[in-house]
Design a protein around this ligand. Sequence first.
Ligand SMILES: [Fe+2]
Ligand SMILES: [Fe+2]
Length: 247
Amino acid sequence: MHKRKIQDIIGENYIFASVLHYFGLKFYDYSDKTLEQVCKLKGLSVEKISQSFERAVNEDATPDFEQLNYPVELLVEYLKHAHHKFVKQRLPYIVDLIQACKSQDPYYDQVLKDLKFVLPLFIEDFIKHMYEEEDELFHYILLLNKATSGDVKMFNLFQSMDKYRLQEHALEHHIHEDEMAGIRRITANYNLINCNDLHIKVVYSELLRFEQELKTHAKIENELLFPLALQLEAKVKTIFKERVNLN
Ligand SMILES: [Fe+2]
Ligand SMILES: [Fe+2]
């Protein structure tokens, strides 16, 4: 690994480009240098970077749904952490990657122009979606959870229940899943056509990887979070009825 050129390392696995990015290295600035030369230049440890390459390959697997059988507070934390990673790590990296990408090929030149135009709009919508989830959905679910242990003033909760239509949100969330349709269209489904450009290959692979991450994220929300929330809501409604009957 030490003596290999950066372009060869990235060519072997495009994910390695994201690892270098987190170390502050843009792979396209050092394509012809070896990993050892770059590390010397930047005062970085070759071992550390190699270990991070290994970790990135292992981490890339999608999470096991069985293992995500968390209690609701932990599931919400897990999803919030994923949101944070999208905003602070994944999207800035993809934006950097695309901003710095140029092509002499008229087809890819147009693709890159279109991506540069569409990406900020996609990000704006996506961030809005995440903030709405955190401020409304997650907040409401945690409130329901507290209510099942009698930890919430019932009047406040009743108001929230009236305002927040969980069932509708669950359905809408299913429908609005396909946020990346526009990007998929621009890139012909992430299909590379006669492309030998490493930078473009990394861009396409990162967009595809991001789409897969988003799909997994939405699947966790649809298949784990919403059903749990609906169960909690039904439980709280039963508690309500029992209290009303007692009075
Ligand atoms: Fe989310
Ligand atoms: Fe979502």
